[in-house]
Unconditional design. Structure first.
Length: 336
């Protein structure tokens, strides 16, 4: 609290009403800690208004921001929700300006291993693992996939929901996971997988709503979903799969948009998100792990799964090949 108070005093002298615009993804506002952050931010900084803009998944919002920057009409001060695999794309389009660590005291409580941007433009705010989740009331035990190859079984035709890697960070994580696992054979894997997909949704929220409605028994999601099922519903109905012990590691970040002039408020926002009071809300709103080492996990997180073999790809490789991979994936989806 002392760290926050220093920033409160520093900003109190401004005395004029200002707006901080934060672009993020839809589920962060619908299910996440957005309301708490807004209320806390505006209480700490009287006269300042925090406005969330969230009309799609994270990749979709990043594309919108990039387009607005190119047109010179960007009004966002901060972007929250950048998946680590999309860092090369963001840096290539100069989305962010460097942050000043001295203005983010809570950064001292973030382990260095989670600082995925060595250029100093993007900070992590949560992390987790993208994998598959199944409905134990709808999927017989003998059909529960134990490996990625098991997802290709003909008995699972039309029973899997995934997200579009062009518009969804979990969707992109799964595409990169298959590339990391199968190498040059990833395209053949997807050809065989497509018949088993009920649909490819634009974002995670749409996919998970369909899953909860029972439209398909398997969905691409996160390794904390059994913890979610237990904490929210007192049930272990939704079970996590880590095929072959694998899941794709995802760190989500935030940064100050390069055109922002509200640098004091923007840094204060980043600091607030990294505070213990916000970080301890991440596990039960975002269903991800916090990045602040002092934040405590809820008891139900004993059911959150940490994979034996976390999967990732070097950011420089993703940056060099992503456009090609997405183009090839799109051709596969269109039957090419």
């Amino acid at each position: 609290m002392r760290k926050l108070w220093v920033l409160v005093v520093a900003l109190a002298v401004l005395g004029t009403a200002r707006e901080l615009v934060v672009y993020t993804y839809d589920s962060f506002v619908a299910w996440g800690p957005a309301l708490f952050i807004k209320e806390r931010f505006e209480a700490l900084f009287p006269g300042a208004t925090l406005t969330w803009v969230a009309v799609g998944d994270s990749s979709e919002m990043l594309s919108r921001l990039i387009a607005e920057l190119q047109l010179g009409i960007a009004r966002a001060d901060v972007f929250l929700g950048l998946a680590d695999v999309e860092l090369p794309r963001a840096l290539a389009h100069r989305v962010f300006q460097p942050y000043d660590p001295k203005l983010i005291p809570n950064l001292a409580d973030v382990p260095e291993a989670l600082l995925f941007d060595p250029t100093g433009h993007v900070l992590p705010y949560d992390h987790g693992y993208v994998t598959f989740v199944y409905d134990s009331e709808l999927l017989p035990p003998e059909l529960v996939p134990q490996t990625l190859d098991d997802l290709l079984r003909p008995e699972l035709k039309g029973k899997i929901i995934v997200m579009d890697p062009r518009t969804s960070s979990p969707g992109l994580s799964f595409l990169l996971w298959t590339i990391a696992h199968y190498g040059e054979g990833w395209r053949e894997y997807w050809r065989k997988l497509l018949p088993n997909l009920l649909t490819v949704t634009k974002g995670w929220s749409e996919a998970y709503d369909m899953f909860l409605a029972g439209e398909a028994p398997i969905v691409l999601s996160y390794s904390t979903d059994t913890a979610y099922s237990y904490i929210e519903h007192g049930s272990l109905r939704y079970q996590v799969i880590t095929p072959g012990g694998e899941a794709f590691r995802q760190v989500e970040g935030m940064g100050i948009v390069r055109t922002s002039r509200n640098l004091d408020l923007a840094h204060a926002f980043l600091n607030l998100v990294l505070s213990v009071e916000v970080q301890e809300r991440i596990p039960t709103t975002q269903w991800m792990f916090p990045v602040n080492r002092r934040a405590k996990l809820p008891a139900g997180y004993v059911y959150a799964v940490i994979p034996e073999k976390p999967v990732s790809l070097p950011p420089e490789l993703v940056g060099a090949k992503l456009e090609e991979w997405l183009s090839q994936w799109q051709q596969l989806l269109l039957g090419g």
